[in-house]
Design a protein around this ligand. Structure first.
Ligand SMILES: Nc1ncnc2c1ncn2[C@@H]1O[C@H](COP(=O)(O)OP(=O)(O)OP(=O)(O)O)[C@@H](O)[C@H]1O
Length: 610
């Protein structure tokens, strides 16, 4: 087929020109490209190259078969349809009083995802196979506005004899492309009718505006989803932290807090959010308190007080609205009521005989008066054991106080652990501040992360152990102590002694009875029970109902994993899984597990540190 070039160019549809050009094409096999719009000429060219005969009737029987289920699963087509349906209905309602129309949503390979219109136009469409999940591709229908929009990636109208196939030449179509949030073309929206006079120019504008509205909804849903996901992650992370955390905005109002923080303040989370720190909790609060590491006393709903030390970080936002992350330290509650250990041995979930032996040993240790040194990797349950030992001992009615020996700067730690004599610093109260050892009187003190205790403090600690008494910083008086010491570490303390980082005399004092908690990877029998326990523990708060099972495949993935951060990591993963699954889901499958667990390359697996 020859192409003739006439120097005159046309950009608008002219019925007479296109009918002449088309007739010439059919009768003389000559395409006069310059007497029709260039986009139409290109489409006709493609139809000719694909062997389409303009005169042969369009038969639905020749249509390529489409697997509708697969189509909906591909490329987020299901979501697109969900969004577009409502907009298509609105578009149709705004034009239907002008005549008979059909609104078509076509996806990339030319398949119609949705078709709606009045009876007459639907019947016209049906005769040509223009139905939901029917192919409307260029190879089948010839030139259409949808086909041109796909190629040109902009709105386009195809009128009557601009259609290549004779069977389509009654049709008038206005189409507009739909792009996703990444700017990728995903579909074309199209309005068609078979009455030339009722295919007004504004129909193309309306179609384009509706396509833009669909795009905006796609973006909105994506951001909404991302926002929800981030919010859930943030909440899960805050909830799983052992600290009492608050996010405070630059006006001193509480933006968010974890449930631990709310419980220590004696209020619900809802009651705390939006409340002013100054008006409702700590009247001496200022931003400077946070910046200069000052201590604050918070009034709680239960009439007691909580020390709020400024282990706070500034959160800078782009628009300069700085906020803070605050950590409430429940020292005040310890002073008022004594700190209670919540866990007992019955809270330790296991099946393995290895763990059975460890628990038997820990119970023996509990009823003795020996100092106990608990060894185990990070997140394995050392604190859980320490609390259980305390509750199993005759000191169970006394306080249980934990000191994290790695967490605080040395000066703060001195006063925290050993107490502060009155008048030592401006912050010291009348009568001085008792340290953690005094607060643990009659009970147990857990020296967590003992392997990280600075050498300077080790000397003071040794003195306390030898003398069974404590002297506050800046004071002279010795205060006799009746405290049982449990230490915990994830380091090899003996190697630390050998390396000169830990005092040998202190090491021998602390390790009256050693308890080794084996890593989770060394007791695979416990994995199923522990994972089910964490799922059940968080199920309700994460909004998932019902009794949840795990498939053998998914369980195998969990069993095969190394669990570098042990039970704490497993708890995080259980929460991520709950976040991934539907609220009414009753089975956890491999697809619900985080990617790094399932993928064979485990190097990128994360490990969580307290
Ligand atoms: N066998 C178990 N059964 C039930 N819960 C467990 C078990 N082991 C650990 N956990 C839970 O896992 C979390 C981490 O435990 P814990 O804080 O006691 O670990 P840790 O060894 O003290 O950690 P770190 O070394 O970071 O101080 C806690 O929520 C704890 O209750």
């Amino acid at each position: 087929m020859k192409r003739e070039t006439i120097p005159k160019r046309r950009f608008q549809h002219n019925h007479l020109d296109s009918i002449q050009t088309w007739t010439r094409l059919v009768q003389e096999k000559v395409m006069d490209s310059d007497s029709i719009q260039q986009e139409i000429a290109s489409s006709w060219g493609r139809c000719i190259s694909s062997g389409l005969d303009p005169l042969s009737p369009i038969k639905p029987a020749n249509q390529p078969i489409v697997d509708s289920r697969r189509l909906l699963e591909q490329n987020e087509n299901g979501k697109l349809l969900d969004i577009a349906r409502l907009q298509m209905k609105q578009l149709y309602c705004s034009i239907k009083h002008n005549g008979h129309y059909i609104v078509i949503l076509t996806v990339l390979d030319g398949v119609a995802l949705e078709v709606l219109g009045d009876k007459k136009m639907l019947a016209v469409g049906e005769r040509l196979g223009v139905t939901a999940f029917g192919s409307c591709s260029e190879k089948y229908l010839g030139t259409t506005s949808a086909a041109i929009c796909m190629t040109e990636k902009r709105p386009f109208r195809v009128m009557t004899t601009e259609h290549f196939a004779q069977d389509m030449q009654e049709w008038c179509c206005s189409g507009a492309p739909i792009f996703n949030d990444c700017g990728k073309l995903v579909a074309v929206l199209n309005v068609s009718n078979i009455n030339y006079k009722a295919h007004y120019r504004y129909i193309l504008d309306l179609t384009t505006a509706t396509a833009r509205a669909i795009e905006a909804e796609i973006k909105f849903r994506k951001f909404h989803h991302m926002y929800n996901k981030t919010y859930h992650y943030l909440t899960s992370v805050l909830e799983s932290m052992p600290e009492y955390l608050l996010l405070i905005d630059n006006k001193g109002k509480i933006d968010h807090l974890n449930s631990r923080a709310a419980s220590i303040l004696g209020k619900s989370q809802q009651d705390c959010v939006g409340k002013s720190v100054v008006d409702d909790f700590a009247s001496t609060y200022t931003d400077r308190c946070l910046e200069c590491n000052a201590e604050l006393t918070w009034q709680t709903g239960k009439g007691s007080t909580v020390e709020f030390t400024s282990l706070a970080k500034t959160l800078a936002s782009r628009n300069g609205d700085n906020g803070y992350v605050g950590i409430i330290k429940p020292l005040g509650l310890v002073r008022n009521a004594g700190n209670k250990a919540g866990y007992t041995f019955s809270d330790i979930k296991y099946c393995s005989s290895l763990m059975e032996k460890v628990i038997t040993r820990a119970k023996k240790a509990a009823v003795s008066e020996l100092e106990i040194l608990i060894y185990g990797e990070s997140g394995i349950g050392k604190e859980l054991f320490a609390q259980s030992i305390h509750n199993y001992s005759h000191r169970s009615e006394g306080p249980f106080v934990t000191i994290n020996c790695a967490a605080l700067p040395i000066d703060l730690m001195q006063s925290e652990v050993f107490g502060l004599e009155e008048g030592m610093f401006n912050g010291a109260k009348r009568g001085g501040n008792p340290g953690n050892f005094e607060l643990a009187q009659g009970g147990t003190i857990l020296l967590d992360e003992i392997g990280d205790m600075p050498l300077e403090l080790q000397a003071n600690l040794l003195r306390v152990l030898q003398e069974k008494a404590v002297t506050r910083i800046g004071g002279r008086k010795q205060i006799p102590l009746d405290v049982r010491i449990i230490s915990a570490t994830n380091k090899n303390l003996y190697s630390e002694v050998m390396a000169g980082r830990f005092r040998d005399d202190l090491y021998y004092r602390l390790s009256g009875m050693a308890i080794n908690i084996p890593a989770l990877r060394d007791r695979k029998q416990d994995i199923e029970k522990l994972f089910s326990y964490f799922i059940e523990k968080h199920r309700a708060t994460m909004g998932v109902c019902g009794n949840i099972q795990i498939t053998p495949d998914a369980l195998k993935v969990l069993v095969d994993y190394d669990w570098p951060s042990n039970a704490r990591e497993m708890e995080q993963i259980a929460m991520l899984v709950l976040n991934n699954i539907q609220t009414n889901c009753d089975t956890i499958t491999i697809e619900d597990l985080p990617e790094f667990l399932v993928s064979p390359s485990r190097e990128s697996g994360y490990s969580l540190k307290k």
